[in-house]
Design a protein around this ligand. Structure first.
Ligand code: BGC
Length: 388
């Protein structure tokens, strides 16, 4: 009886948690669900391990379920964390997990997903390397009625994608742009200021949001001449970094420094979409640049970049708590496996070329030297010793 009640409450909690942790429609219905969920969460908080037990019961009730989790690479810090969080949270909820990393190689990811399909995975969670390259293999999943959750990156041009879970990536870019606007006081200062731009892999749909969100803030200043991009590399295709690789960002940036900033010309700001590319920029600056150190943005709060923030070599980052994303995805998995409905999703924004994919968006958080302790250390994401 107790288990049944907990299971029923969990259903509500699950829907509510989806709404509280992530963005969704703001209807009164969803507010009510959120309130109910908060009540349940409070009860759970005093009830020890019941959440995990009940989730495990939920999964176990209908037999053991195998979930395939496909991550792009182990080379970048965040995907290791995402993979580990997904595996441990799914396992605590009673699922069997097939976790694979694809070395940033599209064909490897396709083969790994094929193996998951033939290896009896009942649901796939995929962070794609290239959003456009999974259509054929996902058609096989669809044929076998295997639902697919696109993790962090939207999978494009496939009608096999059931849900999409990510952070609000437009907001990530917007926060980076607004940080630059504020730091340089662009609304009032005369300028001009020299800026360069570095973004990520062209096959990653998120790039459109990072670049778009930042450029919506900064482009007017470029157009008016207050921000000057001396390299002339402004268009998304010109500022891309294959595979988000630090080395590639560094090589491109070394060339920019030697062509445009080696004669004493100051570089005031670098818009870098994430930490792995910001690290390449920081390396290039350390090797070849003698002017005043520029403002440098980033995203992910990778350890190397938080260290650079503490050493004044990077100005800010964006904290995407991958624990939150994983737990929301586990809730989605539970809902799909147990045939429950998910409410409060964004059903208007994310069109993958075959239609809108119902999505939910976790909140990205601004991080710098002033708040890193609170958001990264106090929350248990890192130990202080990780950053030394
Ligand atoms: C993620 C970013 C990450 C980048 C490189 C993007 O899809 O959203 O958080 O920095 O990939 O791994």
């Amino acid at each position: 009886m107790k288990k049944k009640i907990i299971s029923a409450m969990l259903g509500i909690a699950m829907l509510g948690t989806l709404l509280t942790g992530c963005g969704g429609s703001d209807s009164s219905e969803s507010k009510e669900t959120t309130a109910k969920a908060t009540e349940v969460e409070k009860t759970e908080a005093s009830g020890g391990d019941e959440t995990t037990e009940a989730k495990a019961d939920d999964a176990a009730a209908s037999g053991s379920h195998k979930i395939g989790v496909s991550m792009p690479t182990k080379d970048l810090q965040r995907w290791n964390q995402d993979g580990e969080n997904m595996k441990s949270q799914l396992e605590s909820a009673g699922y069997e997990v097939d976790l694979q990393f694809a070395s940033n190689d599209i064909q490897t990811q396709v083969s790994q997903v094929e193996n998951m399909i033939s290896g009896d995975c009942e649901l796939l969670v995929i962070a794609s390397i290239d959003g456009d390259s999974l259509g054929t293999v996902l058609a096989q999943a669809k044929e076998k009625n295997i639902p697919v959750i696109a993790y962090d990156r939207l999978i494009m041009n496939s009608d096999a994608v059931t849900y999409y879970a990510t952070f609000d990536n437009y907001l990530v870019g917007q926060k980076q742009g607004e940080f630059i606007e504020e730091k340089l006081d662009l609304k009032n200062a005369e300028g001009p200021f020299n800026m360069e731009i570095v973004t990520g892999d062209p096959g990653d749909n998120n790039v459109n949001f990072f670049y778009g969100g930042a450029m919506d803030v900064l482009k007017p200043y470029i157009d008016s001449g207050k921000l000057v991009v001396k390299s002339g590399q402004i268009e998304k295709a010109d500022v891309a970094t294959a595979n988000w690789a630090t080395d590639a960002a560094q090589a491109r940036f070394e060339a920019i420094i030697s062509s445009y900033y080696s004669d004493g010309t100051n570089l005031d700001v670098v818009l870098a979409s994430n930490d792995s590319t910001a690290l390449g920029v920081a390396n290039a600056l350390a090797a070849n640049y003698t002017g005043t150190y520029p403002i440098l943005t980033g995203q992910d709060c990778d350890i190397a970049s938080v260290k650079n923030i503490l050493a004044d070599k990077q100005s800010m980052s964006i904290f995407k708590d991958t624990r939150d994303l994983a737990s929301k995805v586990v809730e989605m998995v539970d809902a799909i496996i147990n045939g429950k409905e998910i409410e409060g999703l964004d059903t208007t924004t994310y069109d993958n070329g075959k239609g809108i994919v119902p999505s939910y968006l976790c909140e990205p958080v601004f991080a710098d030297k002033n708040n890193y302790k609170e958001i990264l250390i106090d929350s248990g994401y890192y130990q202080e010793s990780d950053l030394q």
